[in-house]
Every structure is written in C-alpha cells, then in structure tokens.
Design a protein around this ligand. Structure first.
Ligand SMILES: C[S@@+](CC[C@H](N)C(=O)[O-])C[C@H]1O[C@@H](n2cnc3c(N)ncnc32)[C@H](O)[C@@H]1O
Length: 323
C-alpha cells in the first residue's frame, strides 16, 4: 500500500476529526432528546430505577433506549432502567481541526428526531432522498462534502479524458466531478432519487456539460454499466438495499488498472462509537447500517481475488483492479 501526500493526509485528518467530535455532539443530542421525550423526568422522581415513558412512536422509543444503553446513558436492570454513568468531555484539541458546518448539519438532523418520536411519518422529518431532495441538496453543499470530493479528486488525480462512474451521486457532486474530466472524458452518475437526479441533470445542462449525465436508476437493479477508469462511492454503500449485488456490479464496471474509491464511516476503523450516527442516520428509512471495512473487502475479493487496497484511512478505501 502506498502512502499518500501530506496535503491529502491533513485533509483526511480534518474529516476524521470532525466525525469524531460530531459523535460526541450527537451523544449530547441523544441525552437532550431523552429530556425532550420525558425519559429523564421519569428518572428524576427519587427512585433508583424507572419504567419507560409513553411516546406515540413506540418503535422509535425502542431504538432510543437501545442506542442510549449502548453508549452508557442508560442501564437496564430487571426490566426497568437506571441512569448510566455518562460523561461528556470536549477539549480544546477537539475544536482545533474540525468543520463546524458539519456539526451544524447534524444538529439540524438531531432536531428532527423529536418529531419522529411523535409519529413515524411526521412531516417535519425531512430525511427522505426522494421527498426531501431539496433538503439533501443543501446537505450535499456542506463544506465537509467538498473536502471529501477534493480528496477523491487528488487521490485519483482526475483529469480531462478520464471515465468516471459515481454511484449514488446526489445532486452536487456531478458538476464537481464532470468539470474535472471534461470535455474529453465521461462522467456518469447513478442516482435512485428522481428529485436529486433532476436537480443534477439541470445543473449539468445549464453548464453545457454534454459529456456528463445522471441516470435516475437503482444501482443494484441495473446490470450493465460499461467500463470506467474510476468508480466513486462516497457516503452511499450504507444505503444500498442489496449490497452484495451492488458490489458485484462495481467490480465488473471498473477497467483493468482502474480504481474504486469508498468514503464512509467504517465501524472497525474509526476511533469512536458509531451508535449515535446509526441512530440519527436511521431517521432516513433508506439507511441500512454501517458495513465494516473487513466485510466490504471480504465481499469485494469474492468477486475478484486480485483486487488490491492501494490506499486506506479510517474513512477512505481505495481499491485497485489489476491491469
Ligand atoms: C448520502 S447520499 C451521498 C450523495 C453523494 N455521493 C455525495 O457525496 O454528495 C447517498 C445517495 O445515494 C443514493 N442512493 C441510495 N441507494 C441507491 C441506489 N440503490 N442506487 C442509486 N442511488 C442510490 C441516494 O438517493 C442519495 O442521493
């Protein structure tokens, strides 16, 4: 495995530190959510343990209690709950190297959780890629997303003439990557949400980028993609319905000598507990849960045993197909 340049390394640390600090912010939000839905008022009546409060969305309450147990906020004992030993600790180092807009974005997401407690389909929960494409379009414009796109550009050394497939491309990445590979290359985005694909194609057309297009299809259902020099999977594999099928298509769509880039939270690599991200990300019904790097690499190598990891960090895996 090669080392990557210092400037890439610094930006990867910026993303990974931001994710770590935000996991603490989300744990704090989980505690505050407990206060909002009444968990702690039941707990503060002088008794050592308490029974769970009533909230209309019972399934969501179960998820809340499970996440709270996992991070130590609550303890279950003989069918009732105790407040666990929970301590939050932010220090100066936490704020030296982070992207504050990412924390703010997750604060917006955390605010939606209270509505989810009221009802399963509450209109104030704006997390659906289809129905809430306009909200996701704002999320995809977060500076955090531009940092990982820029890292992908630099790792792959994207240039005019390259052929790129971007799986689950959303609405903002297409113009960014298409600009780098045009006019002689080709950019193909695959996007399941009609609304996001529409926004992306409108932007590509407005800029006259006729070498670029976003197909509004479900990646796992489409079978033939052609061959690409590079495949980008940024913040997407946890949303696929059939990850094995998706990974098989990826492997067969990359040219010999080409690369697949994954950017995501890999629970076995990051240095924080992913429980809080799982809890808040699952406000989006499409979220399936995180996959470990071990599982991802194991599945990829079943489809092509000669694939190699050319670069890796806690959140990036770059896979190369033998020439
Ligand atoms: C969290 S977003 C990431 C968007 C983009 N990669 C970026 O970094 O800005 C995940 C995207 O994957 C899309 N998606 C999820 N499952 C998909 C599938 N099976 N086929 C195509 N797109 C999918 C979603 O609609 C959503 O736009």
């Amino acid at each position: 495995m090669d080392n990557w340049e210092r400037s890439i390394d610094d930006r990867v640390s910026l993303l990974e530190d931001t994710l770590r600090v935000n996991s603490k912010n989300l744990a704090y939000n989980l505690f505050k959510l407990g206060m909002k839905i009444g968990v702690f008022s039941y707990a503060s009546n002088g008794k050592k343990s308490f029974s769970v409060p009533y909230i209309p969305n019972n399934e969501f309450l179960e998820k809340y209690l499970n996440a709270s147990k996992r991070i130590g906020l609550l303890r279950k004992k003989n069918g009732s709950y105790d407040i666990g030993y929970f301590r939050m600790n932010f220090n100066r180092r936490d704020f030296e190297n982070i992207i504050p807009e990412y924390i703010a974005m997750y604060d917006d997401i955390a605010a939606m959780a209270h509505y989810k407690a009221i009802s399963k389909d509450h209109p104030n929960v704006l997390m659906s890629f289809g129905k809430d494409a306009d909200v996701w379009d704002i999320f995809f414009s977060n500076p955090f997303c531009f940092v990982y796109r820029e890292i992908i550009k630099d790792i792959l050394k994207l240039k005019n003439g390259d052929r790129v497939l971007d799986v689950g491309c959303g609405s903002v990445a297409p113009v960014y990557f298409a600009e780098l590979v045009g006019p002689n290359g080709c950019y193909r985005g695959i996007e399941k949400s009609k609304g996001l694909a529409k926004i992306a194609n409108k932007r590509l057309r407005r800029r006259g980028m006729d070498w670029a297009q976003v197909k509004n299809i479900d990646f796992e259902k489409a079978s033939v993609f052609g061959r690409y020099d590079y495949i980008i999977c940024a913040w997407v594999i946890n949303y696929l319905d059939n990850i094995r099928k998706g990974l098989k298509s990826l492997v067969s769509s990359v040219s010999p000598g080409g690369k697949i880039v994954f950017f995501d939270i890999f629970p076995d690599l990051v240095d924080f507990d992913v429980t809080v991200y799982e809890f808040y990300n699952s406000l989006n019904k499409s979220f399936k849960g995180f996959i470990t790097s071990h599982e991802l690499l194991g599945t990829l190598s079943e489809f092509d045993p000669e694939l190699e990891v050319s670069h890796a960090s806690k959140t990036f895996l770059i896979i190369e197909k033998k020439a």
